[in-house]
Design a protein around this ligand. Sequence first.
Ligand SMILES: [Zn+2]
Length: 266
Amino acid sequence: MNAGTHARLRRRRAKWSSVLRLALLIALSSLAVMHPASGAQPQQKEAFYPAWAEQARFLQPLQVLDTDSALGRRNLHPKQITLKDMARMHGHLCDGLVTAWVELSEALHALFPNGVVDRTDVRVVSKNAPCWSDAGAWMTGARVNQGTLMLDNAVGDGFIVQRISTGAAVRVSLRPGVYPPQLAALEQSIRARRARGEAVAPAEIDRFERGADDYSRKLLNTPPKQAIAVETLAAFQFPDHSLNPLAPRSDIINRDAPRGTASETK
Ligand SMILES: [Zn+2]
């Protein structure tokens, strides 16, 4: 073979090698599309949680202690929970959930001034509405089935929160005028018409949802103490829950028990 033939062969090999490399690259990228779990997970868009909530000025996570297991000793280290966690579990971010987060944060910080909430030591009175009672349970550790979450509509758009071990209790509520009265009237009117079986125009529901989001955004960008009233309740007697089928909480029975060497690093 002469020098010219060698050069031609080298060029041909180089060409095929780059074609093969390209084909391999295409095959690998299509495999990644078919099996996203095999590589980096594409970030799923979390449409349920808007950017205005992500960017809210006064929205803070909550530090909480729970227990380690079904025979739970109290956690050695706190975990952090967020409004976003709660919205994910509740199913949506609504004005009630946002109000509840801000109110309960104020109440829990008043009862746990070191900033770490012991969720084995809290009971709550909430009105019986989906957003309020979900927040009353998920943020605080109180539960209807354990007699620590009492549903009573007399508490209104607020909560009574009690630290069980000390008896200290506070009532939290929105200060007058914080919730727009025209928004409350629109919600009331839509609910009343639906209760009578009447149709409601989609534009009205849109208008309510826009107003609720505007209110929520404003609340999360207001210093909480400006929006929320915290009233100390002396000698608060938690309401009798005995007519409900209740059982004591079973996963905190060892919360003060000593630990062996194996669990000390938890
Ligand atoms: Zn809700």
